[in-house]
Design a protein around this ligand. Structure first.
Ligand code: NAP
Length: 516
């Protein structure tokens, strides 16, 4: 029997009472560890976090809590090698892809430590300036933000077991709100191990950080009016979260990051071989292959002028042909596996759903795997699809294939390309490629209403740009409509979710005494 990973709740390590759900190596097919949450006293777990963790965190100032984040960074850095090993074994990722998850998390925590330090030794935040309520300034209104007196429940997706925890925990802990994380079962090991290292190091107050691995049953039922829930995952589960009585009847604040049909848009006039064309090709190939395309921000639809459709298909296909796929332990492998055989089946089903409305422009499915058995490994080569009638191919704008798959779509003119981008019905990100600043700016404003982030790539930012799918803590992560309507990161904006707004109406003397 493999090791049963304990949960950390109510300030102590507790194993579930069931046999556990096994976690697998998606390349070798071997069982790694098991997780189980059966029999945990969830009311006690939430009460302990809310009371012990919340009180201890709120007794500190923002600067002191920023210090805690800095201490967490040190713990994670000290154990980095172990995290890479777990990511290879449980997520099937090559080193560069593991870095996106692991080092991306450490970087994000470090940023929030810096931003939090600058907030200083206060326990509430001023929100705008005081405004007089009458003719004379003797009675004024001052808005302020105070940490919510509740717990933050994170229900996370399988593709970012590290970053998915810390990009949410950084602003939560900085705000003074204790965290309970429930990682997706398939890849829960890395999340559990990171929490274990931080708890064992004793750098956080008791109750500030808890982890529950295994079934989600009963978690939402624990939420009280001042708690918050931050969910990342499929649109289907998002609907369950949104309609839960805690959210619907108890006003628990919910942030939802769901699926998204992101796009890349080559602006009109960019000829094959131009800088803009080459930059699009490079980014598309990168997005299709990083983490085997299992990124919520990955490019799924590639919008190009009709006259460059064939050249784009050829250029992207030629680069994809050079992508080696297989066991991430082999140094010659560029793309590892999907996280599970179930995910592999889901990708195959997704390709099946798109088949009637698309043609295959590049097919990596039959390429032999390196150091991996195709009957066992959850590996699949990249597949580039195409649809010459971008309007008629409705499913391309509807079905998210969560793997190394994207579809090339031709457009007639800029207005048509913008209309196609909007057909994602709300996306996390689009990237624009061109060299005319005015045209790019016009396109950015036109796509803005349906996108959370617009990543503009011009020749002068070739080396400096941070990547279409790379989520930087400085920019908001989230998107309207189908993407879930959530908003994470974006610097200190992320703290809003963990605070409550209050307007204090008082004399200037009282307002000054608030000490903000
Ligand atoms: P999922 O099946 O919806 O699972 C997400 C999380 O919800 C897991 O922790 C899962 O636990 C839990 N869960 C399942 N049923 C639940 C229920 N009834 N109540 C409460 N929690 C429940 O999604 P996934 O397959 O892991 O993730 C893939 C999807 O996530 C993709 O569509 C992708 O686009 C999206 N995603 C979005 C973002 C973003 O930032 N927008 C980021 C990453 C991924 P178990 O694992 O134990 O079932």
């Amino acid at each position: 029997m493999t090791e049963l990973l304990p949960n950390h709740v109510a300030g102590r390590w507790q194993s579930g009472s069931g046999a556990g759900t096994p976690l697998f190596d998606p390349v070798l097919g071997t069982e790694l560890v098991r997780v189980d949450a059966t029999g945990l006293d969830l009311p006690e777990a939430f009460r302990f976090a809310r009371e012990q963790g919340g009180n201890a965190l709120r007794a500190l100032t923002y600067r002191q809590r920023a210090g805690l984040l800095g201490a967490v960074v040190k713990v994670l850095q000290a154990n980095r090698d172990a995290y890479y090993e777990i990511a290879t074994a449980n997520s099937g990722t090559v080193k560069n892809d593991s870095a996106v998850d692991i080092d991306g998390a450490i970087f994000t925590l470090g940023q929030y430590a810096k931003w939090g330090d600058a907030l200083g030794d206060v326990r509430a935040l001023r929100d705008g300036d005081a405004v007089k309520l009458g003719k004379e300034p003797v009675f004024q209104s001052q808005h302020l933000q105070v940490p919510t007196h509740g717990v933050a429940l994170f229900i996370n997706a399988f593709n970012f077991p590290s970053w998915g925890l810390w990009e949410k925990a950084a602003p939560a802990l900085l705000s003074g709100v204790p965290v309970i994380v429930k990682p997706a079962t398939a890849t829960a090991w890395l999340t559990q191990r990171m929490v274990k290292d931080v708890i064992d190091a004793g750098v956080l107050p008791a109750g500030a950080l808890s982890v529950i691995c295994g079934s989600s049953a009963g978690l939402m039922d624990q939420l009280q009016p001042f708690d918050v829930v931050s969910f990342t995952g499929s649109a289907e589960t998002a609907t369950v979260i949104r309609s839960h009585p805690a959210v619907a009847a108890r006003s628990v604040r919910a942030n939802i990051e769901a699926d998204s049909l992101n796009s890349a848009l080559l602006l009109p006039g960019a000829a094959p071989g131009s800088d803009a064309f080459n930059l699009l090709v490079r980014e598309v190939v990168r997005e299709m292959t990083v983490k085997s395309g299992q990124k919520c921000t990955a490019i799924r639809r590639i919008l190009v002028p009709t006259e460059v459709y064939d050249a784009a298909a050829e250029a992207i296909g030629a680069k994809l042909a050079g992508v080696t796929v297989g066991n991430p332990r082999n140094e010659s492998v560029r793309m590892g596996s999907l996280v599970s055989r179930a995910q592999l089946n889901a990708v195959r089903e997704g390709l099946g759903a798109l088949a009637a409305q698309t043609t295959v422009l590049h097919d990596g499915r039959n390429k032999s795997l390196i150091d991996a058995d195709p009957a066992v490994a959850a590996c699949i080569g990249p597949v580039l699809l195409g649809a010459r009638d971008a309007d008629a191919a409705q499913r391309v704008h509807d079905v998210e294939v969560f793997g190394p798959v994207a579809t090339l779509l031709p457009y007639r003119d800029l207005a048509h390309s913008i209309a196609l981008a909007h057909r994602g019905q709300g996306s996390l990100v689009t990237s624009l490629y061109g060299s005319d600043d005015a045209a790019l700016a016009q396109a950015a404003l036109a796509v803005a209403p349906s996108h959370g982030r617009i990543h503009v790539v011009t020749p002068e930012v070739t080396q400096a740009h941070t990547g279409h799918g790379n989520v930087m803590p400085m920019s908001m992560h989230g998107g309207p409509g189908r993407a879930g309507g959530g908003a994470e990161l974006g610097g200190l904006r992320a703290l809003d979710f963990y605070h409550r707004k209050t307007a204090v109406q008082a004399s200037p003397g009282v307002l000054a005494a608030l000490g903000l």
